[in-house]
Write a new protein. Structure first.
Length: 176
């Protein structure tokens, strides 16, 4: 299984860095990147803990409590860091964008991740993360017309293979 995770990680890195080994070797994390990486790792632990701690509660209650608790942590961080919010400086367009992001995407993605984690299990749900950079590349192709370099396709293929192996692992065990 570690080999499958390694292959998926290599494929994902291949896509992210555009198949450029120089870009990979020059990679460095800034504060925002490190914070995002910590969030990704927290999301993995969240999925695992959700599967382990789930006791049949109503899923909408779990989603509500998750979002409420997340908002509480953000409020606490704002109070501790003493950051002014300056809500008055935001125009209506930004309010609409924030409303969409906070209500629809956060609520929908939290519900979907929690529901699928309970049904499929955390390994299968998190396996799709390997495909995220490939999805972004195709979205950029269809929305902005940005072409995908041929050098990226092997990385997409490796990510797809790793995801498929992780998705099919339980079926293979059940057959044998």
């Amino acid at each position: 299984m570690l080999l499958v995770y390694f292959i998926g990680s290599c494929g994902t890195c291949w896509v992210i860095f555009g198949g450029d080994i120089e870009a990979l070797l020059a990679f460095s994390l800034n504060w925002g990147d490190a914070l995002f990486l910590a969030g990704c790792i927290s999301m993995v632990f969240f999925s695992i803990s959700l599967k382990l701690l789930y006791r049949g509660d109503e899923l909408l209650v779990i989603v509500f409590c998750t979002l409420l608790c997340g908002a509480g942590w953000m409020l606490l961080a704002l109070l501790i860091l003493d950051q002014p919010l300056n809500w008055g400086l935001l125009d209506v367009d930004l309010w609409l964008h924030m409303g969409y992001l906070s209500i629809f995407t956060t609520l929908a993605s939290t519900f979907i991740i929690q529901k699928t984690t309970l049904v499929l299990g955390p390994v299968k749900v998190m396996a799709y993360i390997y495909l995220s950079p490939a999805f972004v590349a195709f979205i950029m192709l269809f929305i902005e017309g940005k072409s995908i370099d041929y050098i990226i396709f092997p990385g997409m293929f490796l990510s797809l293979i790793a995801t498929m192996v992780l998705q099919l692992q339980d079926r293979h065990k059940a057959i044998h």
